[in-house]
Design a protein around this ligand. Structure first.
Ligand SMILES: [Fe+2]
Length: 389
């Protein structure tokens, strides 16, 4: 059995309307001055004002940082640290999608420990205690609220740096499914597919273990059933709750395991062609499952049965592939690279980029030039094909 070392660093609070507890929670952390890190979209949705009101009513001074984009960069972190140096917060609040929470963690690293965000690229590089952080996700996708890592891009090279330390994990994750109701359809489905891919990839990662498998399994069932319902009825709060908790559990699965080939092959599509993360992972995932099925038929069977309990072993991997493809089609997302205008002559370049992705090292089938190129080739025109194993 695979050994593990798992620690619950984050207090998890879940429930409709729980955002109102924010001021009270901040006081419980003895905060006097809070810095809210949230993107512009959150301002427009009104979530920021409600968070600020709850904090102000609790007697806490509030300042805000909004100057960052979808993939926070090292220069955005520097701007946030300059802002923090002026207002001297004793609590950070990441309010929004993965970008807001990652930006908040990045600011925390540099503000608390000095230097630049590059100093924290890797694992366990924090040099001092960090400020307490409350993570409040408004999407159901990355699971950043469950993790001790932040993804920050180098402002010049656009290389993504995973910066992680147990001290960077949120002190409290506040999950209020009402906050996810304001997402546009496209954000709901893109983040939902990303979360589903986290459940699928962590389930079969070479680092998977008894803890991560528990989270992957439960996440997949909740995400799958929630996704089916939210596509039909976006205001279905029970479905939104399933997606939000499912994304959290999938985030915990990543924290306790690793991802795999779908993320390794998706990242170059984002870096080279600007394909949104959820779309890039989603387009690659069915063929990654087809490939991995040779080694993972039992794990895939257990996983898919969380969603469709009667699925026979012999057809489980195929059911998983067709279910993911069904979700992509219902979400109106592309199911082939040609749909995304990826040129056929770029596959060699994408292959060499994918083989440099750290996350690919944990795929259950060892990645090679030949099998990664084959993954891209079979996804180019969505040829599909049979499932091995
Ligand atoms: Fe992802």
């Amino acid at each position: 059995m695979q050994p593990f070392d798992s620690s619950h660093r984050t207090r998890l609070i879940f429930g409709e309307g729980k955002l109102e507890l924010l001021g009270q929670l901040a006081r419980s952390l003895r905060a006097q001055s809070a810095l809210i890190v949230s993107d512009q979209g959150i301002l427009e949705a009104g979530h920021h004002d409600r968070a600020e009101k709850s904090l102000t009513e609790a007697g806490i001074q509030v300042s805000c940082f909004h100057d960052f984009g979808e993939n926070p960069t090292s220069s955005m972190i520097e701007a946030g640290v300059r802002h923090a140096a002026q207002v001297k917060p004793d609590l950070l609040i990441g309010l929004g999608g993965g970008s807001s929470m990652d930006c908040c963690k990045g600011i925390n690293f540099v503000y608390s420990c000095g230097g630049s965000i590059h100093d924290y690229h890797g694992s366990g590089k924090a040099t001092a205690p960090m400020l307490p952080m409350i993570a409040i996700p408004t999407t159901a996708g990355t699971g950043s609220e469950a993790q001790s890592y932040a993804l920050i891009s180098d402002a010049k090279t656009h290389t993504k740096m995973a910066c992680g330390d147990p001290r960077a994990a949120a002190t409290i994750a506040l999950l209020d499914p009402l906050l996810t109701l304001t997402q546009p359809f496209s954000v709901t489905v893109l983040t939902g597919i990303d979360a589903i891919s986290h459940a699928v990839e962590t389930r079969v990662s070479t680092r998977s273990n008894a803890m991560s498998v528990t989270y992957s399994q439960r996440a997949f069932g909740m995400l799958g059933k929630g996704f089916d319902r939210v596509i039909k009825e976006p205001s279905d709060i029970e479905a939104r709750s399933m997606l939000q908790l499912g994304a959290y559990f999938a985030g915990l699965a990543i924290e306790n395991s690793m991802l795999g080939a779908a993320h390794a092959t998706a990242n170059p599509l984002t870096a080279r062609y600007g394909i949104t993360h959820g779309q890039a992972v989603g387009v690659m995932l069915p063929n990654v499952v087809r490939m991995n099925a040779a080694n993972c038929s039992e794990a895939y069977t257990q996983l898919v049965r969380e969603y469709a309990p009667e699925t026979p072993v012999e057809s489980a991997a195929q059911t998983l592939v067709s279910t993911i493809t069904k979700w992509l089609e219902q979400a109106k997302l592309a199911t082939s690279l040609s749909d995304l205008a990826i040129p056929a002559d770029s596959l060699d370049l994408l292959t060499s980029d994918a083989l440099e992705q750290w996350t690919g090292n944990f795929n259950p089938i060892t990645l090679s030039q030949a099998n990664v190129k084959a993954l891209y080739e079979s996804t180019l025109n969505n040829e599909g094909g049979t499932v091995s194993g």
